[in-house]
Design a protein. Structure first.
Length: 277
């Protein structure tokens, strides 16, 4: 099992880095849209939909992504005027997403609401996936290294939280949703993000990097929101009676299992970037 996980992880990392660094903007947009399409297909599984409906759901999300991309060329850097157009489009995605992840998702988990199996569930899926897709493309246009740093910080928070929780975890963070997560692990992940994020502050907007208090608050917020994204997907899977979102990735479950923290953090990071850059 460990060998399978390692081989899959290395293959995924190689594919992702190649796409991130080497693909042109159009190629990256198609790559990101394919990821969202597969994640939407898995979301259909969380809705307990039959295979045919899941296929159409994934295909529909793919077409919606491409439609947005080709009808808003300035907002993606295809034409001159990115800075203004990125905000004009992004605000309709990032602000609702930020409200959902900061207020809505914690309330949802506290109340233990069930995910609607109807079209309302699709709207929740769109709120989870589409802002993250937009952030993937817009942040990559800002700079592939910037996007990589943000994603690495999210992965760092998750990894350090896991090992810190294993070593020192005593107090459960959300036992009914994810019994393995602890407050000690969350604190460890947050500290790791602050330390590494401060060291990599040069890749952030000068207005953020030059203000230590703002920088620390944003880094702690990133760590906290990554946990919320992870917990929210865990709760939805638990409600659907599933351990993993799918078995697309041997040893790792599905696409949603790998991007759950990114779906919550990337839109909030992109919103902060557009407001503070």
């Amino acid at each position: 099992m460990l060998k399978t996980r390692m081989v899959t992880a290395l293959a995924l990392l190689g594919l992702f880095l190649f796409a991130l660094i080497c693909l042109p903007l159009l190629g990256w947009a198609v790559f990101a849209s394919l990821i969202v399409a597969l994640a939407a297909w898995e979301w259909g599984g969380l809705l307990l939909w039959p295979p045919q409906k899941r296929f159409f759901l994934g295909g529909g999300f793919f077409l919606v992504c491409l439609l947005i991309f080709f009808t808003q060329p300035r907002a993606f850097g295809l034409l001159i005027g990115f800075d203004k157009s990125a905000w004009q489009l992004g605000r309709w995605f990032y602000i609702p997403a930020a409200i959902f992840w900061i207020v809505g998702a914690p309330l949802w988990m506290r109340q233990r609401w069930a995910l609607p199996r109807s079209e309302k569930g699709v709207l929740i899926g769109a709120l989870v996936l589409l802002p993250a897709w937009l952030a993937l493309i817009q942040l990559r246009h800002v700079g592939w290294l910037t996007l990589l740093v943000v994603m690495a910080l999210v992965w760092l928070a998750d990894s350090v939280a896991y090992f810190a929780g294993r070593a020192w975890g005593r107090n459960k963070l959300a036992p009914a949703i994810s019994p393995g997560k602890t407050w000690e692990g969350a604190v460890g992940g947050g500290l790791a993000v602050v330390i590494c994020g401060a060291a990599l502050a040069g890749y952030l907007p000068a207005r953020i990097a030059s203000n230590p208090v703002l920088l620390i608050l944003l880094l702690l917020g990133l760590a906290a929101i990554s946990i919320i994204g992870d917990l929210f997907e865990s709760m939805i899977k638990r409600q659907a009676g599933l351990k993993d979102s799918s078995n697309l990735l041997p040893g790792h479950g599905g696409i949603l299992d790998r991007i759950d923290s990114l779906t919550s953090t990337l839109p909030v990071v992109a919103l902060a970037w557009l407001l503070l850059a």
